[in-house]
Each structure stands twice: as structure tokens, then as C-alpha cells.
Design a binder for this molecule. Structure first.
Ligand SMILES: Nc1ncnc2c1ncn2[C@@H]1O[C@H](COP(=O)(O)OP(=O)(O)OP(=O)(O)O)[C@@H](O)[C@H]1O
Ligand SMILES: [Mg+2]
Length: 364
């Protein structure tokens, strides 16, 4: 684990929540699986939040069903790896970072999957100067995050698994089934230390994704993270994350923006579901994902506008352009969907008049 200065924009979870993790470690008298910093119970508590016996308050990281997190944590204590699946913005990356932080005290071992990811990124590479000078040796080998996690006995994260070409994904099969990484150049292999496991994330919505080969899928337990079940739950997520982000970005204080947050979340949910909250009017569904993550960024941007250019209170004009920008990602189809919503739904809600005007002004 590395030290961070207070100027770091986004400290790793294990540093940001070091106090909570230390309190859990102190009070945790349950069995810890080999190589784990905490018991499965304490890991779930860290993610779901709550108050400990000594009064320490653990902030909720994941808002949703505790059972899903229990299944995820239990999986990691077995010899199967964990695949977090879901549409964009359902906290897959967020949950995987916090799981790694709580289980291994280190969330930094990360492979980002892309179409250009190669097998070396998953296994190991070489320091070519040394390789040429000395031939293959331990010293010339450049370990991948997976190599490091196996030798340290920690959790490794693979982001966007399905963006990697299937033949590259398959490099994980031996690692996950045999728990060894063969190194033919050195005529050796690396055996994983207890505590090693893998968390992969994948979303089933984006274009340009590959399937997971069936050989690999059998090595994973899949947990699907759903969109927030209710409007209240989604508002709670957005409010919490917005205030945390505002604090890290040192945005000047803007008074609680509860009404605007409710409006953003309502609009996103209605358009995502293709029907108004009262289920009376059906709507065209825009092509964009309108995820919780986007709602968070619309409100955060609105707060920056309000703080720096407004009168210090979050107003409808501060969120209007962000909302329209998120809704209209395909200029042709989405513009029609947005117009219909604006004229058919927004304009009909008396307490949304100021927001309606703010949206109309954007076109002027
Ligand atoms: N149920 C939830 N509980 C807590 N935070 C949530 C929840 N859903 C979304 N978020 C927040 O949404 C933001 C985005 O989440 P994250 O980046 O992990 O999404 P993702 O599922 O990895 O999306 P993508 O598929 O685009 O990579 C995070 O700040 C996270 O806190
Ligand atoms: Mg992600």
C-alpha cells in the first residue's frame, strides 16, 4: 500500500476509509479466510454500512440488497472467482474496488480490459533491455497485476472483461482453475498464495463487447447488480455520492439540493422505463443509458455551476443542460424522445414550470 498526500484527487478506498477498516479489524472476532484482512461478515458490514459495537459508524458504500454483497463475498472465499455483471452505472467498479480494499487492504491491482489488451497484460511482460542482455531471468520479468496478486495472495480486479478478445480472456482459465501461472521461458510456474482471487466486471449493454467463453464462465460465480429498485433508493445513492464528491472537489457549499436531485432521478427513471411514474403515459426511450452514475454527474456539474456562477443555490437552470446532454446522445432519435417528454410531461407538471422554462431557454 502506498502513502498518499492530501492533494491526491481520488485516494484509493483503503486509504480513504482507513479508519473504518481499522475499526472493523479491531472489533472483528470472526474467522478470517486465509490471506484475508477481515472476516466475510466484516467485509459485508464495510460495504453495506452500519454502527459497530463501539459506536463507530461505517458509511454505506453499496446501497441495495445486502444479500447480493453476501453472495459476492462468500464467492471470493471459495475457489471460484467473482463476475459482477450489469448495465452501465450500477456500481460494478465501485463494489469491486471496495471488496478488494476490505479483503486485501489493497484495491490497486487492476487490469483494464480493452480491445487492445494482450496476454502479456494478464500474465507478464519482459524488460527488453535486460532480456537482450541477460536472456530470460526472474529479474527481466515484468509481473502483471495478476502475477503480483498471485504471489502476494491478494484480490486482483479485471475491469471490462468482455472488452478483451476471447482468446485473451482465455489466458485466465489456467490461472483460475489451476491457480498457477506457467512461465515457460523460465521453465517454471508461479503458484498462487492463499488469499488470491479475481473480481471481474462486465456490462452487457455497451457496443463492442465480446462474449465470455464458456470455459471461463464456469470459473466464475456471477452476481448481477441491478438498477436501484425504487426512486427513493436512487435518490439516496445520488445524494450521498454528490455530497462525497462535492467534498473531495472542494466545491463551495451549496445548500441541500433535494428537490433538484429528486427531479433528475425522476426524469432519468421515467425515460429509462419508457413510462411516467404514475404509469399513465408511455414514453419513447432514449438511446443513452441514463444511469445512476450519470445522474450523479449531472447534479455535481449543476452544483459547480451554482457555486461558481449562480447565487449559491442549485437552480433548475443549473441542471437543465446536463439533463438534456445526458438524454440526447443520438441527435436524431433522442431529440424526438426529449421533445415529446418536455412538451407532453414536463410542461404538464405545475411545480416543474421553472424547469420547463429553463429547458426551453436552452433552445433559444
Ligand atoms: N447501488 C449503488 N450504491 C452505491 N453507489 C452506487 C450505486 N449505483 C451506482 N452508484 C454510484 O454510481 C457511480 C458509478 O458506478 P460505477 O462506475 O461503479 O459503475 P459501473 O457499473 O462500473 O459502470 P460501467 O459499466 O459504466 O463501468 C459510483 O460513484 C457509485 O457510487
Ligand atoms: Mg465500471
Amino acid at each position: 500500500m502506498s502513502e498518499t498526500s492530501p492533494d491526491v484527487l481520488r485516494p484509493h478506498a483503503e486509504l480513504h476509509y482507513a479508519d473504518e477498516l481499522a475499526a472493523l479489524d479491531r472489533l472483528d472476532d470472526r474467522d478470517r479466510p486465509p490471506g484475508w484482512k477481515l472476516s466475510p461478515w466484516a467485509v459485508v458490514r464495510y460495504l453495506i454500512g452500519g454502527e459497530l459495537s463501539d459506536g463507530t459508524v461505517i458509511s454505506p458504500k453499496y446501497v441495495g440488497k445486502q444479500r447480493l454483497i453476501e453472495i459476492a463475498v462468500a464467492t471470493l472465499a471459495t475457489d471460484r472467482a467473482l463476475l459482477l455483471l450489469g448495465v452501465p452505472g450500477t456500481a460494478k467498479t465501485w463494489v469491486s474496488e471496495h471488496l478488494a480494499a476490505a479483503i486485501s487492504g489493497d484495491s490497486t491491482l487492476l487490469v483494464q480490459g480493452t480491445a487492445g489488451t494482450t496476454e502479456e497484460t494478464l500474465r507478464y511482460g519482459w524488460n527488453y533491455a535486460r532480456l537482450l542482455a541477460e536472456g530470460p531471468s526472474e529479474a527481466a520479468l515484468v509481473p502483471s497485476p495478476i502475477h503480483r496478486g498471485m504471489s502476494r495472495g491478494t484480490i486482483v480486479r479485471v475491469e471490462e472483461l468482455t472488452r478483451m478478445p476471447p482468446e485473451v480472456q482465455d489466458a485466465l482459465v489456467t490461472v483460475l482453475s489451476e491457480k498457477v501461472l506457467p512461465i515457460p521461458e523460465l521453465d517454471s510456474e508461479l503458484s498462487a498464495v492463499r488469499g488470491f482471487n479475481l473480481i471481474a466486471t462486465a456490462n452487457d449493454r455497451d457496443r463492442g463487447v465480446n462474449d465470455i467463453s464458456s470455459a471461463l464462465r464456469r470459473r466464475f460465480n456471477t452476481v448481477v447488480l441491478p438498477l436501484p429498485a425504487t426512486v427513493e433508493e436512487e435518490i439516496a445513492i445520488v445524494s450521498r455520492r454528490v455530497s462525497e464528491l462535492g467534498a473531495t472537489l472542494a466545491l463551495p457549499d451549496v445548500p441541500a439540493a433535494a428537490d433538484e436531485i429528486r427531479r433528475v432521478v425522476t426524469i432519468f427513471r421515467e425515460l429509462r422505463n419508457g413510462v411516467t411514474a404514475d404509469e399513465r403515459t408511455s414514453l419513447k426511450v432514449p438511446t443513452g443509458t441514463l444511469s445512476t452514475a450519470e445522474a450523479i454527474s449531472v447534479v455535481t456539474n449543476g452544483l459547480a455551476l451554482a457555486a461558481h456562477f449562480g447565487d449559491g443555490e442549485l437552480a433548475p437552470t443549473d441542471v437543465a443542460s446536463g439533463i438534456v446532454g445526458a438524454v440526447v446522445s443520438d441527435p436524431i432519435h433522442d431529440t424526438v424522445a426529449w421533445r415529446e417528454y418536455l412538451e407532453g410531461v414536463v410542461s404538464e407538471r405545475p411545480d416543474w414550470a421553472d424547469f420547463y422554462d429553463a429547458c426551453r431557454e436552452l433552445d433559444a
